[in-house]
Design a protein around this ligand. Structure first.
Ligand SMILES: [Zn+2]
Length: 249
Protein backbone atom coordinates (compact mmCIF):
# COMPACT_ATOMS: atom_id res chain seq x y z
CA UNK A 1 0.00 0.00 0.00
CA UNK A 2 1.12 3.58 0.46
CA UNK A 3 1.86 6.30 -2.02
CA UNK A 4 4.29 6.70 -4.85
CA UNK A 5 5.18 9.55 -7.16
CA UNK A 6 7.06 10.24 -10.33
CA UNK A 7 6.94 11.37 -13.93
CA UNK A 8 4.27 9.77 -16.08
CA UNK A 9 2.72 10.19 -19.50
CA UNK A 10 -1.05 9.81 -19.77
CA UNK A 11 -1.67 7.20 -22.44
CA UNK A 12 -5.48 7.05 -22.29
CA UNK A 13 -8.48 8.05 -20.21
CA UNK A 14 -12.01 6.71 -20.12
CA UNK A 15 -15.13 7.45 -18.12
CA UNK A 16 -15.66 5.42 -14.98
CA UNK A 17 -18.59 5.31 -12.56
CA UNK A 18 -20.65 8.52 -12.15
CA UNK A 19 -18.01 11.18 -12.07
CA UNK A 20 -14.64 9.48 -12.27
CA UNK A 21 -12.19 8.70 -14.96
CA UNK A 22 -9.88 5.74 -15.37
CA UNK A 23 -6.44 6.90 -16.41
CA UNK A 24 -3.74 4.76 -17.96
CA UNK A 25 -0.35 6.17 -17.04
CA UNK A 26 3.03 5.22 -18.39
CA UNK A 27 5.29 5.87 -15.45
CA UNK A 28 9.05 5.76 -15.65
CA UNK A 29 9.49 3.77 -12.43
CA UNK A 30 6.46 1.47 -12.31
CA UNK A 31 5.64 0.94 -15.99
CA UNK A 32 2.03 1.01 -17.14
CA UNK A 33 -0.41 1.76 -14.32
CA UNK A 34 -4.18 2.23 -14.35
CA UNK A 35 -5.54 4.57 -11.68
CA UNK A 36 -8.85 6.21 -10.92
CA UNK A 37 -9.11 10.01 -10.94
CA UNK A 38 -12.05 10.65 -8.65
CA UNK A 39 -14.68 13.31 -9.31
CA UNK A 40 -12.97 14.77 -12.34
CA UNK A 41 -16.08 14.72 -14.54
CA UNK A 42 -18.59 16.45 -12.28
CA UNK A 43 -16.94 19.05 -10.16
CA UNK A 44 -14.50 21.75 -11.05
CA UNK A 45 -11.90 19.41 -9.69
CA UNK A 46 -8.32 20.57 -9.64
CA UNK A 47 -7.40 17.21 -11.09
CA UNK A 48 -9.54 17.47 -14.21
CA UNK A 49 -7.03 19.57 -16.17
CA UNK A 50 -4.35 17.04 -15.31
CA UNK A 51 -6.01 13.97 -16.72
CA UNK A 52 -5.88 14.71 -20.41
CA UNK A 53 -4.36 12.18 -22.80
CA UNK A 54 -0.88 13.04 -24.09
CA UNK A 55 0.13 14.99 -21.02
CA UNK A 56 3.42 14.51 -19.25
CA UNK A 57 3.13 15.22 -15.55
CA UNK A 58 4.55 14.58 -12.15
CA UNK A 59 1.94 12.60 -10.21
CA UNK A 60 1.30 11.32 -6.73
CA UNK A 61 -0.69 8.09 -6.65
CA UNK A 62 -2.10 6.00 -3.86
CA UNK A 63 -1.69 2.27 -4.17
CA UNK A 64 -5.02 0.45 -3.81
CA UNK A 65 -5.97 -3.22 -3.52
CA UNK A 66 -7.35 -3.42 -7.03
CA UNK A 67 -7.05 0.11 -8.39
CA UNK A 68 -4.66 2.92 -7.58
CA UNK A 69 -5.98 6.45 -7.06
CA UNK A 70 -4.60 9.70 -8.39
CA UNK A 71 -3.98 12.00 -5.42
CA UNK A 72 -2.39 15.06 -7.02
CA UNK A 73 -0.04 16.15 -9.73
CA UNK A 74 1.28 18.90 -11.92
CA UNK A 75 1.73 19.21 -15.64
CA UNK A 76 5.33 19.02 -16.81
CA UNK A 77 4.67 19.17 -20.54
CA UNK A 78 1.23 19.56 -22.11
CA UNK A 79 2.42 18.99 -25.73
CA UNK A 80 0.38 21.99 -26.89
CA UNK A 81 1.31 21.65 -30.53
CA UNK A 82 -0.09 18.12 -30.57
CA UNK A 83 -3.24 19.11 -28.68
CA UNK A 84 -3.97 21.81 -31.29
CA UNK A 85 -3.60 19.72 -34.43
CA UNK A 86 -5.91 16.78 -35.08
CA UNK A 87 -3.46 14.85 -37.26
CA UNK A 88 -0.51 15.32 -34.91
CA UNK A 89 -2.69 14.47 -31.91
CA UNK A 90 -3.82 11.28 -33.63
CA UNK A 91 -0.23 10.30 -34.27
CA UNK A 92 0.54 10.92 -30.60
CA UNK A 93 -2.42 8.76 -29.64
CA UNK A 94 -1.16 6.05 -31.95
CA UNK A 95 2.20 6.07 -30.14
CA UNK A 96 0.35 5.76 -26.82
CA UNK A 97 -1.80 2.93 -28.17
CA UNK A 98 1.33 1.06 -29.25
CA UNK A 99 2.89 1.49 -25.79
CA UNK A 100 -0.30 0.34 -24.11
CA UNK A 101 -0.43 -2.79 -26.26
CA UNK A 102 3.28 -3.47 -25.84
CA UNK A 103 3.57 -3.29 -22.06
CA UNK A 104 1.97 -5.41 -19.37
CA UNK A 105 0.76 -3.60 -16.23
CA UNK A 106 3.47 -2.73 -13.71
CA UNK A 107 6.45 -3.94 -15.61
CA UNK A 108 8.91 -1.04 -15.52
CA UNK A 109 10.35 -0.11 -18.90
CA UNK A 110 12.25 3.17 -18.62
CA UNK A 111 13.51 2.65 -22.20
CA UNK A 112 9.97 2.67 -23.63
CA UNK A 113 9.14 5.68 -21.45
CA UNK A 114 12.14 7.64 -22.78
CA UNK A 115 11.49 6.51 -26.34
CA UNK A 116 7.86 7.64 -26.44
CA UNK A 117 8.81 11.03 -24.97
CA UNK A 118 11.49 11.42 -27.66
CA UNK A 119 8.90 10.46 -30.29
CA UNK A 120 6.41 13.08 -29.04
CA UNK A 121 9.16 15.72 -29.08
CA UNK A 122 10.02 14.75 -32.65
CA UNK A 123 6.34 14.86 -33.59
CA UNK A 124 6.15 18.45 -32.37
CA UNK A 125 9.24 19.61 -34.22
CA UNK A 126 9.62 17.46 -37.32
CA UNK A 127 6.80 18.46 -39.67
CA UNK A 128 6.57 14.97 -41.18
CA UNK A 129 4.59 12.86 -38.73
CA UNK A 130 4.65 9.71 -40.88
CA UNK A 131 8.45 9.71 -40.78
CA UNK A 132 8.42 10.08 -37.00
CA UNK A 133 5.90 7.23 -36.73
CA UNK A 134 7.95 4.79 -38.84
CA UNK A 135 11.05 5.63 -36.79
CA UNK A 136 9.14 5.17 -33.53
CA UNK A 137 7.64 1.83 -34.60
CA UNK A 138 11.06 0.40 -35.48
CA UNK A 139 12.75 1.68 -32.33
CA UNK A 140 9.89 0.43 -30.16
CA UNK A 141 10.24 -3.01 -31.74
CA UNK A 142 13.96 -2.93 -31.04
CA UNK A 143 13.44 -1.84 -27.42
CA UNK A 144 11.02 -4.73 -26.94
CA UNK A 145 13.60 -7.16 -28.31
CA UNK A 146 12.28 -7.50 -31.87
CA UNK A 147 14.92 -5.75 -33.97
CA UNK A 148 14.62 -7.00 -37.56
CA UNK A 149 17.83 -8.17 -39.28
CA UNK A 150 18.26 -5.48 -41.91
CA UNK A 151 22.01 -5.19 -42.41
CA UNK A 152 22.58 -8.12 -44.78
CA UNK A 153 20.87 -10.87 -46.73
CA UNK A 154 20.19 -13.76 -44.34
CA UNK A 155 21.54 -16.24 -46.93
CA UNK A 156 24.56 -14.71 -48.68
CA UNK A 157 25.38 -11.66 -46.58
CA UNK A 158 24.92 -9.18 -49.45
CA UNK A 159 24.12 -5.70 -48.20
CA UNK A 160 23.06 -3.82 -51.32
CA UNK A 161 20.30 -3.88 -53.93
CA UNK A 162 16.65 -4.59 -53.35
CA UNK A 163 15.50 -7.23 -50.91
CA UNK A 164 12.55 -9.29 -49.83
CA UNK A 165 11.57 -9.08 -46.19
CA UNK A 166 11.19 -12.61 -44.81
CA UNK A 167 8.52 -12.47 -42.10
CA UNK A 168 9.33 -15.94 -40.82
CA UNK A 169 12.86 -14.98 -39.85
CA UNK A 170 12.28 -11.21 -39.60
CA UNK A 171 15.10 -10.27 -41.88
CA UNK A 172 16.18 -9.56 -45.44
CA UNK A 173 16.71 -11.95 -48.32
CA UNK A 174 18.33 -10.48 -51.44
CA UNK A 175 16.67 -10.77 -54.85
CA UNK A 176 19.11 -13.45 -56.08
CA UNK A 177 18.72 -15.65 -52.98
CA UNK A 178 14.97 -15.31 -52.89
CA UNK A 179 13.33 -18.44 -54.26
CA UNK A 180 9.68 -17.68 -54.89
CA UNK A 181 9.63 -14.00 -54.00
CA UNK A 182 8.57 -14.83 -50.45
CA UNK A 183 7.79 -11.94 -48.10
CA UNK A 184 7.41 -8.41 -49.34
CA UNK A 185 9.66 -6.56 -51.75
CA UNK A 186 11.69 -3.69 -50.29
CA UNK A 187 13.63 -1.21 -52.41
CA UNK A 188 17.26 -0.43 -51.55
CA UNK A 189 16.14 3.06 -50.55
CA UNK A 190 13.57 1.72 -48.07
CA UNK A 191 16.17 -0.62 -46.56
CA UNK A 192 18.58 2.32 -46.16
CA UNK A 193 15.92 4.35 -44.31
CA UNK A 194 15.04 1.42 -42.01
CA UNK A 195 18.73 0.97 -41.13
CA UNK A 196 19.06 4.66 -40.45
CA UNK A 197 15.98 4.75 -38.20
CA UNK A 198 17.26 1.77 -36.22
CA UNK A 199 20.83 3.05 -35.92
CA UNK A 200 20.19 6.77 -35.31
CA UNK A 201 16.75 6.93 -33.74
CA UNK A 202 15.33 10.45 -33.90
CA UNK A 203 18.77 12.04 -34.19
CA UNK A 204 18.89 14.31 -37.26
CA UNK A 205 15.66 12.78 -38.51
CA UNK A 206 14.95 15.78 -40.74
CA UNK A 207 17.82 15.01 -43.12
CA UNK A 208 16.31 11.60 -43.89
CA UNK A 209 13.93 12.01 -46.80
CA UNK A 210 10.95 9.64 -46.73
CA UNK A 211 8.61 10.25 -49.68
CA UNK A 212 5.13 8.69 -49.68
CA UNK A 213 6.16 5.58 -51.65
CA UNK A 214 9.00 4.77 -49.23
CA UNK A 215 6.73 5.43 -46.28
CA UNK A 216 4.23 2.87 -47.51
CA UNK A 217 6.92 0.25 -48.12
CA UNK A 218 8.26 0.69 -44.58
CA UNK A 219 4.80 0.94 -43.07
CA UNK A 220 3.86 -2.43 -44.54
CA UNK A 221 6.88 -4.15 -42.99
CA UNK A 222 6.44 -2.40 -39.64
CA UNK A 223 2.75 -3.31 -39.47
CA UNK A 224 3.57 -6.98 -39.98
CA UNK A 225 6.35 -6.88 -37.37
CA UNK A 226 4.06 -5.14 -34.87
CA UNK A 227 1.31 -7.70 -35.47
CA UNK A 228 3.79 -10.47 -34.73
CA UNK A 229 5.46 -8.81 -31.72
CA UNK A 230 2.38 -7.39 -29.99
CA UNK A 231 -0.23 -9.87 -31.17
CA UNK A 232 -2.40 -6.92 -32.15
CA UNK A 233 -2.94 -5.41 -35.56
CA UNK A 234 -5.87 -3.02 -35.20
CA UNK A 235 -5.06 0.38 -33.77
CA UNK A 236 -8.01 2.77 -33.75
CA UNK A 237 -5.80 5.83 -33.95
CA UNK A 238 -3.83 4.39 -36.86
CA UNK A 239 -7.01 3.72 -38.82
CA UNK A 240 -8.16 7.27 -38.07
CA UNK A 241 -4.83 8.68 -39.32
CA UNK A 242 -5.24 6.71 -42.54
CA UNK A 243 -8.74 8.11 -43.05
CA UNK A 244 -7.48 11.67 -42.42
CA UNK A 245 -4.60 11.25 -44.84
CA UNK A 246 -6.81 9.75 -47.56
CA UNK A 247 -9.16 12.72 -47.24
CA UNK A 248 -6.29 15.15 -47.67
CA UNK A 249 -4.81 13.46 -50.75
ZN1 LIG B 1 21.41 -13.15 -50.75
Amino acid sequence: MGEYKGHALILRTRDYREADRLVTFLTREEGKVTAVAKGVRKTKSKLSALVEPLTLGFFLLHRGKSLDTLVQGEIVKPYRKLQEDLLLFSYGQYFCELCEAALPEREPSPQVFMLVLAALEALESDGQPARVARCFELNLLETLGYRPAVENCLHCGSSSGSFYFDFVRDGLVCASCSTAGEGCLLSGAAVAVIRRFLNNGFHRLSVCSVPVSLNSEISQVNAALIRKALGKHKFKSFEFIQSLETENN
